[in-house]
Design a protein around this ligand. Structure first.
Ligand code: GLC
Length: 744
């Protein structure tokens, strides 16, 4: 009898020891994942694909968790929680999973850490204006360190959407209009967030979003229809995502929009053919918030259940707060409509990420209240935020060298609705940022000037005011001062998600305030604080000096003062075109030439009857306190084979009296491809510091990849023919040389 029982015991043990599907060796990642999955019920597997928003799941105050959230976690019906912030809170929630659930699978905690956690950096459109990927990687590293200490494992960043339409409020969150620069910034942010290993307590798993072409919304209106060709998709919108995948991004977020009739949440061409098969992405895909059930209003799914089926089949692994997966996946599999293997594949993607984060070894990922206290707003973090902000500022105009101002002026008037603002300065998507941490411009100027300098402050109006009744205080301050600094622009809520504008001027009565101050004939500097390119031709015409500050973050005031008073040379360059008027939009530098290229004075060419076709400020534009001359553009050869590279050099001469750091930009143009190509495309750039009076020889090495473009068959090839190689300090003022590429 005993032998028989023993035999049964042995059989029982053998039968529940899972056999890894992959056949990988014990201890390998795949073996660990498969072994765990073999022990999970269908409900527990489906639970791994569910992400809930802590705020809506637990409306009670953070201390008393909503009992429903706790129950769902203990039942294994939730795999991820978003928007729960703080080491203590996330540890409490994690304990429900790793101590209270049957399989004890850790949750992954997500948050939008877009441009900083508590140390808030400039908005990404400002960070991109530094043209310094390494610097942005460091900023992302700091954001990861602070957020990870506070219990966050996963950031829904970087946002890598190319944006060519400043009416779209989310242009603030990305790197602007260029695929090459956008790709470098995407990779830098992924490396910064993820560090050397996801298992490090200082790392965040990154998320390239919003896949794809979300920035192509018609009319610049958020969530609107996107209808673009495969060529435009691949040449313009996909490169930053591919760069993020190559940099090892752990997750990708599919976007709300459709492309050509297919919502991205059900777009197998994007999610499986391109992302997985072509690029070899092996992380997991999360939907954007509610994007799965939104297939119903799209008119693409007849029910949330149908939407869940279409999304999982297309390759969306996790449902962000949509409720569709939690409600329908189990029944879709039980009914045989959805093969369990399809669900298992998604679960495998999610569990692999949790193993990679080390959550099965330390479910708390090293987070603690003590670490959080020590990491948040560390002095070195604030110093980096000040450096990034300083390098993001773009000098748009400086007539007569008004800037930099003297620090010992008798008096300076600081006016405008954003002069003493600590809220908007943080920009949209400011993570766990707090306005109390921020240095407004007024404070930055106070700290910068001599003790003897009198500061006169008056707001003058609100950002969106319609009345001019409160101008008098600001005009009095300006009238009584040696110089005037006027801080105008947008509120942060006018940028970011669901913040599209149909006009691009200064909101409210701010331009009237500017005109009134102008009539005082004082030395006047306009500081812009905004989340998008603005159409401000009147300011460009009449303001003596204009400094673009974007939303410069927690150290914005000090950074602006550093530049205004000469402790830092402005070196930023815009990465999105500023139009002359909203009627020109979309307007971007890498446009096609058409068969009737623009000649403003010739009727039958591509032009407007009632305004210019050229932009107010072109892509790559930005001035310095010194000036530069470009001379002697030289090509290593004027004729190369298509398999060869090319050396390009140019002399950069500092013709001014101050040192300056220039961003030397290199563009190419394929003059006769098998399809039409843009009039120019950025292919390289280099930041070069030149002392006054000196000349630096700047060299580039172009590779065949730099000259490769998608041919008629959508193959990336170098086509023989004539090319132009252009070099300069922006996309308009360029030296040009011609290159012939031969077949062999
Ligand atoms: C939002 C945004 C997305 C963000 C997500 C979570 O709707 O589209 O960028 O990461 O929801 O907050």
């Amino acid at each position: 009898m005993r032998t028989c029982m023993r035999l049964i015991q042995v059989l029982l043990v053998v039968s529940i020891v899972p056999v890894a599907r992959s056949g990988d060796p014990p201890g390998s990642l795949n073996h660990r994942v498969d072994s765990l999955m073999a022990l999970m019920t269908l409900e527990e597997k489906a639970g791994q694909l569910v992400q809930v928003d802590f705020r809506s799941a637990s409306p009670a105050d953070p201390v008393t968790l909503h009992p429903d959230l706790e129950r769902r976690i203990r039942e294994g019906r939730i795999g991820s929680v978003m928007n729960a912030v703080g080491a203590d809170l996330t540890r409490r929630i994690q304990a429900f999973a790793v101590q209270g659930s049957r399989r004890k699978i850790p949750l992954v905690f997500g948050l939008d850490v877009i441009h900083g956690f508590r140390t808030v950096f400039p908005i990404p459109l400002g960070e991109a204006s530094t043209w310094d990927p390494e610097l942005i990687m460091k900023a992302s590293r700091v954001a990861a360190l602070e957020a990870a200490a506070a219990g966050i494992h996963w950031t829904f960043a970087p946002m890598v959407d190319i944006a060519r339409d400043p009416r779209w409020g989310r242009i603030a969150e990305g790197a602007g209009e260029d695929p090459y620069l956008g790709s470098l910034m995407a990779a830098a942010r992924v490396r910064g967030f993820q560090g050397d290993t996801l298992a490090s307590p200082n790392s965040l798993m990154a998320c390239a979003k919003h896949f794809a072409a979300y920035g192509g919304a018609e009319g610049g209106r958020d969530y609107n229809t996107v209808d673009i060709s495969e060529r435009t998709l691949r040449e313009t919108y996909l490169p930053p995502f591919e760069a993020a995948v190559k940099a090892g991004v752990g997750t990708v977020m599919c976007s709300f929009n459709e492309i050509g009739g297919i919502p991205c949440a059900a777009n197998e061409h994007l999610l499986r053919e391109i992302l997985r098969q072509e690029w070899g992405f092996d992380g997991f895909v999360v939907s954007d918030w509610d994007a799965i059930p939104e297939m119903q209003p799209h008119g693409f799914a007849g029910s949330p259940e149908e939407a869940a089926y279409l999304a999982l089949r297309a390759g969306v692994d996790m449902d962000m707060e949509g409720g569709a997966y939690e409600a329908h996946l189990v029944s879709l599999v039980r009914s045989g409509r959805l093969p369990e293997e399809t669900l298992d594949s998604a679960v495998r993607h999610v569990l692999r990420a949790k193993f990679a984060l080390g959550l099965f070894d330390d479910p708390y990922h090293g987070a603690s209240a003590d670490r959080e206290r020590r990491a948040i707003l560390a002095p070195s973090h604030r110093a980096l935020a000040r450096e990034v902000a300083g390098k993001s500022l773009v000098l748009l105009k400086n007539a007569g060298g008004l800037l930099p101002l003297r620090k010992d002026l008798q008096s300076v008037a600081v006016i405008g609705p954003l002069a003493d603002d600590g809220e908007s300065i943080l920009g949209p998507w400011s993570g766990a940022g707090r306005s109390a941490d921020a240095v407004p411009v007024l404070e930055g100027i106070r700290r910068k000037v001599a003790a003897s300098t009198k500061i006169l402050y008056a707001r003058g109006c609100g950002v969106a005011d319609t009345s001019t009744s409160s101008f008098s205080g600001a005009l009095a301050a300006a009238a009584g001062a040696d110089a005037v600094v006027m801080v105008v622009g947008e509120e942060s809520g006018m940028s970011g998600e669901a913040a599209s504008r149909s006009t691009l001027g200064l909101p409210g009565v701010q331009e009237q305030l500017f005109e009134a101050v102008l009539r005082l004939h004082k030395p006047l500097v306009v500081v812009l604080m905004n989340g998008r390119p603005l159409a401000i031709p009147r300011l460009q015409e009449a303001a003596p000096a204009i400094l673009e500050a974007w939303f410069p973050g927690v150290e914005g005031g000090d950074a602006v003062a550093d530049v205004l008073f000469g402790d830092r040379d402005p070196s930023g360059k815009i990465t999105a075109t500023f139009p002359f008027s909203v009627g020109q939009v979309p307007l971007y530098y890498n446009h096609k030439n058409t068969g009737r290229p623009t000649i403003d004075t010739v009727k039958y060419t591509s032009r407007y009857l009632d305004g210019p076709t050229s932009p107010l400020y072109p892509f790559g534009y930005g001035l310095h306190y010194t000036s530069f001359a470009y001379q002697s553009l030289k090509l290593g050869a004027t004729r190369i084979r298509k398999s060869e590279g090319l050396r390009v050099s140019v002399d950069l001469h500092n013709t001014g009296s101050r040192a300056g750091e220039e961003t030397v930009q290199l563009y190419i143009r394929d003059l006769s491809g098998s399809v039409t190509h843009p009039v120019k495309e950025l292919k390289a750039f280099r930041k070069v510091r030149v002392e006054p009076g000196r000349t630096e020889n700047v060299q580039f090495q172009l590779t065949p990849e730099s000259l490769a473009l998608y041919d008629r068959g959508m193959r990336k090839v170098v086509e023989p023919g004539l090319f132009e190689v252009m070099v300069g300090g922006n996309s308009k003022d360029l030296l040009t040389a011609t290159l012939e590429v031969t077949a062999e």
